[in-house]
Design a binder for this molecule. Structure first.
Ligand code: LLP
Length: 432
């Protein structure tokens, strides 16, 4: 579900023709829909209404100030993974008391900053981390709220690079060891055992792995709640989105859930999980990223050249793997549509960027209308893990970003000035 639709033959974001945004801001351009962000957040929030809960947006998926502010105003919390993210969230209006600090490698400086700001909890990934947090909290004369991340050893059946809940992964504390670690943690003076957390992977398109993981950890959570007086249980993020509505035959392996075709909706998620969670009487936390931001953004790019090689019809566009790395990195599928609808027979095309790597592509053998130089394309579902994973590879400036709200639009990130890319560099003293 999203608000990128054709009005007549022109693709619009909410009420604004995307071509108009391109005229004003150029390409490559990220465009976000505030209504889509809001509705996704609200759907989850409503689905969890029967229990005390907090939706903490995983801001690693999209950390633009305007996006964060939209969610902060709705009352959302944030899942942060670095001091930088916490600073960003606070700058966007987030309440630190609604932020959970995740990640396997928190530094002392990051822990200190997060304690000073008063985060809701640290999601702790190892025993050495627990000891470090205890030590830093002691030095600040504070008590650190912590939750241990349980690794339930459940296969999420998603892409190998984003599955996190098995013992092959670096994440969390093994299910069998968790009770012992809590018992030792309870003896550390500067910690408050506030909750328990898990996250099994990203882009899960079926509710079954969530259910399996919750069922598996439930007795443990109950025991920990009773023994240590826990306040919350975070079931992580990972709710998948539809990248390819045409599916099923076009559905790449990345997308397929082993459990089949059941589409994951907040209602189904709640229907299956709430009966298990409700009796716990704990506050339930969720850390969704992609579900909220994924379909709320597109990347718009202009065709620079059409190159016909006899075997292939290449559309060489002005966006590249440095702007959106998902196809190159995960073989991910992004739907691609022209800004102006065209008639005629589709042509099988490869949409590629200008970077000198064959991995720099957005689509291969994709049926697209016959398009020419100067025509623009939209890569859909680029709101999550798009801009945030951008880089300056090939000294390419980061794209501009626009937020749309009804008939209004605003530049929410200026295109990076090219000289800024090397501004922090200098010659060595002996070269001056
Ligand atoms: N909580 C934890 C502990 C996580 O590691 C993640 C994502 C999330 C929540 C949010 O997951 P989500 O709801 O967005 O699925 N770059 C990859 C995705 C990496 C996900 C990393 N962890 C991609 O483009 O598909």
């Amino acid at each position: 579900m999203h608000y990128f639709r054709y009005a007549g033959s022109s693709l619009c974001c909410e009420e604004v023709p995307v071509a108009e945004l391109v005229r004003r801001h150029g390409t490559p351009l990220y465009v976000y829909s505030q209504r889509t962000l809001t509705e996704h957040y609200e759907k989850l929030d409503r689905a969890l209404a029967p229990v005390d809960h907090l939706v903490c947006f995983a801001m690693k998926s999209n950390s633009n100030q305007a996006v964060l502010h939209t969610l902060a105003r709705l009352g959302g919390g944030f899942d942060i993974v670095s001091e930088g993210e916490l600073r960003r969230a606070i700058a966007a209006g987030a309440e630190p008391g609604k932020c959970v600090f995740a990640g396997v490698g928190k530094t002392e400086a990051e822990i200190k900053y997060a304690l000073q700001q008063g985060v809701y909890a640290f999601n702790v990934e190892s025993e050495p981390e627990l000891q470090r947090i205890n030590r830093v909290a002691g030095s600040l004369k504070k008590t650190a709220p912590v939750a241990l991340r349980v690794n339930p050893n459940v296969d999420a059946h998603t892409h190998a690079k984003i599955t996190t809940g098995t013992y092959e992964n670096k994440f969390g504390i093994a299910f069998e060891e968790v009770a012992g670690v809590y018992a030792r943690a309870a003896k550390l003076k500067h910690l408050r055992l506030r909750g328990v957390q898990m996250h099994i992977g990203s882009q899960l398109t079926s509710v079954a792995p969530f259910e399996e993981a919750v069922r598996k950890v439930l007795p443990l959570v109950t025991e920990l709640r009773d023994r240590h007086g826990l306040e919350f249980f975070s079931i992580g993020g990972g709710l998948g989105i539809v990248y390819n509505p045409a599916l099923e035959s076009a559905k790449p392996a990345f997308w397929k859930s082993a459990a089949g075709r059941e589409i994951l909706t907040p209602a189904l998620y709640a229907e299956r999980l709430l009966p298990l969670l409700q009796p716990l009487g704990l506050r339930i936390l969720l850390e969704p990223g992609r579900f909220i931001s994924g379909n709320a953004g597109i990347l718009v790019t202009r065709i620079e050249y059409v190159k016909q090689t006899g075997r292939k019809n290449f559309l060489i566009v002005d966006a590249a793997m440095n702007d959106l790395i998902r196809p190159a990195f995960y073989d991910a599928y992004h739907e691609i549509v022209p800004l102006e609808k065209k008639r005629g027979k589709p042509v099988s095309s490869d949409v590629v960027g200008p970077v000198c790597e064959s991995g720099d592509y957005f689509a291969k053998d994709r049926p697209l209308p016959r398009l020419g130089e100067g025509d623009c394309l939209a890569l859909l579902s680029a709101g999550a893990y798009g801009s945030v994973m951008g880089s300056n590879y090939n000294t390419r400036p980061l794209p501009a970003e626009v937020l749309v709200h009804g008939t209004k639009s605003a530049l929410v990130r200026a295109r990076q000035p090219v000289a800024e890319i090397w501004a922090g560099e200098q010659r060595a003293p002996w070269q001056r």
